[in-house]
Design a protein around this ligand. Structure first.
Ligand code: CTP
Length: 421
């Protein structure tokens, strides 16, 4: 009997989980401010409702000049508020609205509203609701390109991010002024996807807000001649997954990658592409001093040809000998120059794995090392999965075979535990 009760309970939990996945039954509060992109909010409401969300809309007084409260109300099937008081002296309770929401989205967010939000200048219902909100807040700025590029707007966006809000960057294109550049509000589809991804990720901490994390990724290629190189099969997947996850948690990410076909659209990831170990070394130490956490996931070639032939080497001889010299140890040097950085290395071992990883941890002055073994099927270069152990000076934790995205979460959970008190 107890067995069946347990099964039924588990099924109930699963059904509940499925029902509450993504946007289903989520309460979305959209705050519309006075920009031409306000007309796109019709589509935003429609898209959220299509996905099963419940939507309420509030507007600033100037938004009323650009869009119709009646349309928003009809689409959302809820009243739309733009003032603290309704007809007959009723109070539009901004605190209740703020607490109702699972997610608040300010879209389009003008330069004026953005400035008021970060400085707490509470002169309308939208700002009062925003200041009362305990839920995650997404901001989709929209303005003319020069306003968007202005240092004060940039600073306000950074401040909003430092407060833990999510910025959905403006897109490039033709603007209401007729100029072309970055400033258009992100498309409704993009906004819905950002919110959906956030709700699906299950990892909703912004614990790295205000922190800078440097990550090395991918292989390095060491030139032999103008057309050949020594390299390895690293795809960069682990490093890029770490970068995405760190950015999701609010960090400014400096991603220094060797040759990799991977891309990132994340505006919190500064991607620097390099080719050789020497270039990676130089790029790393342009930033290292100012970072809080450094994670070396790159598969750096240990050796490089001593001399690079200026012309393509012809196959005139039966044997070819290339003299190799040791590359700089980037992670080792980070360990030597460590001041306040939390330093994470990777170890790929085929024998005496834990002992070797532990000795690398000490030798390179690391705070933590991620061990992956080539003996594990599904782990390693070019794979989408990885199986790791994390070692510190006094602890070890073992993880299951997981996607590299899930591994990135485990690694950053560990870093969070160790660095954030
Ligand atoms: N690493 C680095 N620079 C190098 C070599 C390695 O930054 N020139 C980093 C890697 O990114 C990884 C860690 O050092 O985080 C371990 O690399 P690995 O090649 O396994 O270790 P080595 O110290 O080179 O030792 P060995 O190859 O002898 O195992």
């Amino acid at each position: 009997m107890a067995f069946f009760t347990c099964i039924i309970q588990k099924m109930g939990n699963l059904v509940h989980k499925l029902l509450t996945m993504g946007l289903e039954h989520k309460k979305i509060l959209i705050a519309v401010t006075g920009g031409i992109a306000a007309y796109k909010i019709n589509f935003l409401i429609r898209d959220f409702i299509k996905k099963g969300a419940e939507v309420q809309v509030i507007m600033t007084p100037s938004a009323l000049n650009f869009a119709s409260a009646l349309t928003f109300s009809t689409l959302s099937k809820n009243p739309v508020f733009s003032d603290f008081y309704g007809v007959n002296g009723t109070w539009n309770n901004h605190v209740e609205l703020a607490l109702w929401a699972d997610v608040m989205i300010v879209a389009p967010c003008t330069a004026n509203t953005l400035a008021k939000m970060v400085h707490g200048q509470c002169d309308n219902l939208v700002i009062a609701t925003f200041l009362s909100a305990k839920c995650p807040v997404f901001i989709a700025p929209a303005m003319d390109l020069d306003m968007y590029a202005h240092p004060s707007t940039r600073q306000n966006l950074e401040m909003a991010e430092d407060y833990g809000h999510f910025i959905i960057p403006a897109e490039e294109g033709e603007l209401a002024s007729g100029l072309v550049g970055q400033g258009r509000m992100a498309e409704p589809g993009t906004i819905v996807k950002e919110v959906e991804d956030y709700l699906d990720s299950g990892k909703q901490s912004r614990n790295f807000a205000g922190k800078t994390i440097l990550i090395t990724a991918g292989p390095t290629f060491e030139a032999i001649d103008p057309v050949r190189y020594i390299g390895n099969h690293s795809s960069g997947k682990m490093g890029f997954a770490l970068a995405e996850e760190a950015a999701k948690r609010g960090a400014r990410v400096i991603l220094i990658s060797g040759p990799s076909s991977l891309q990132t659209q994340n505006k919190n990831i500064e991607l620097h592409r390099v080719t050789s170990a020497k270039e990676m070394f130089e790029e790393v130490f342009r930033y290292y001093e100012g970072v809080d956490v450094a994670i070396a996931s790159a598969a750096v070639a240990d050796y490089a040809p001593k001399d690079v032939a200026l012309e393509k080497i012809k196959k005139n001889e039966d044997n070819l000998t290339i003299e190799l010299v040791k590359n700089p140890d980037i992670l080792g040097t980070m360990g030597e120059r460590k001041t306040r950085q939390f330093l994470v290395g990777f170890a790929l071992e085929t024998q005496n794995e834990e002992v070797n990883a532990k000795s690398k941890l000490e030798k390179k002055n690391l705070d933590m090392i991620v061990l992956n073994s080539l003996r594990d099927e599904g782990a390693g270069f070019q794979k989408d999965t990885n199986r790791i152990k994390i070692l510190t000076a006094d602890a070890m934790e073992e993880f299951e075979l997981k996607s590299k995205e899930a591994v990135a979460q485990d690694i950053l959970d560990f870093v969070e535990k160790k660095t954030l008190k």
